[in-house]
Design a protein around this ligand. Structure first.
Ligand code: IPE
Ligand code: IPE
Ligand code: MG
Length: 248
């Protein structure tokens, strides 16, 4: 599949999260239907997954469908759901072989039965994957995630008032995937510089990398560029930088 050359940018981010944007504009530039942009975008997603697996980035999260995306025209939503299912159906074997563990995050119960069943099947068949955890954010909203967590915590507190006062760890334990580390690097394509309701809780100290490249044109080399730039950043987490670029 791809070249397995590892970039020498250690330490690599433990978690890269991508806001895959620009499929519609890519199609429009070519005088094509937006759905062809989404279809091409699925190929970029595959390439990003393989690159992270090859390079040793252990967590990749792809923002594939937001809660707000339900407001798009019905045919576009149906097309997106079709490509999601097709991705899961056609890539399942490859994901297993490559050691990729797939998980969905979001209000997954909102998904139509077909794509949801495919997701659950692939989550189960890839559960032993050791190289990369690929999280697909589907019907995902950061505010909804925090709201859902708050509701879970309120229930827990009602059952067990001794659990107060709540800690950050309590809230984390109620997120869609409590095992997910915070994103170190958030990439957004297609020129927009906003979160669009992505990982609001988890992004508090994420580094951001933006590119004008439209998602269907996004290749390994672009991801490598993002990793290179991340490598040169100094993360302070509110502290004072040490010589190694980590907080004292
Ligand atoms: C990203 O591309 C895919 C989804 C949001 C599902 P868009 O469809 O948002 O493409 P643009 O932003 O209209 O170009
Ligand atoms: C963000 O892209 C959602 C996904 C990439 C799935 P949008 O295209 O929906 O975001 P806005 O509307 O430009 O903020
Ligand atoms: Mg968009």
């Amino acid at each position: 599949m791809g070249e397995a050359l590892k970039p020498d940018f250690s330490p690599l981010p433990r978690h890269v999260a991508v806001i895959m944007d620009g499929n519609g504009r890519w199609a429009k530039q070519r005088g094509k239907n937006r759905l062809l942009g989404h279809e091409a975008g699925a190929e970029s997603a595959r390439e990003a997954v393989q690159a992270c697996a090859d390079w040793g980035v252990p967590n990749l999260t792809l923002y594939a469908f937001s809660r707000e995306n339900w407001s798009r025209p019905r045919l576009e939503v149906e097309g997106l759901m079709h490509f999601l299912k097709r991705f899961l159906d056609t890539r399942e074997e490859e994901l297993v072989r490559e050691g990729v563990r797939v998980r969905g995050i979001g209000r997954l119960a909102d998904l139509p039965a077909g794509p949801l069943a495919a997701l659950r099947r692939v989550e189960a068949s890839t559960a032993q994957g050791q190289r990369l955890t690929l999280r697909l954010a589907l019907s995902y909203g950061g505010r909804q995630e925090i709201l859902d967590a708050a509701a879970t915590l309120a229930r827990r507190l009602a059952e067990n008032p001794q659990a107060a006062p709540l800690t950050e760890a309590d809230l984390r334990s109620a997120l869609y995937d409590p095992e997910m580390p915070d994103p170190d690097l958030i990439v957004r394509t297609a020129g927009e510089q906003r979160l669009s309701n992505f990982l609001l809780w988890q992004a508090s100290y994420a580094e951001f990398w933006f590119t004008e490249v439209l998602w269907p044109d996004f290749r390994r080399a672009h991801l490598l560029e993002a990793l290179r730039e991340y490598h040169g950043r100094t993360r302070r987490f509110g502290g004072v930088p040490t010589a190694e670029g980590t907080p004292a």
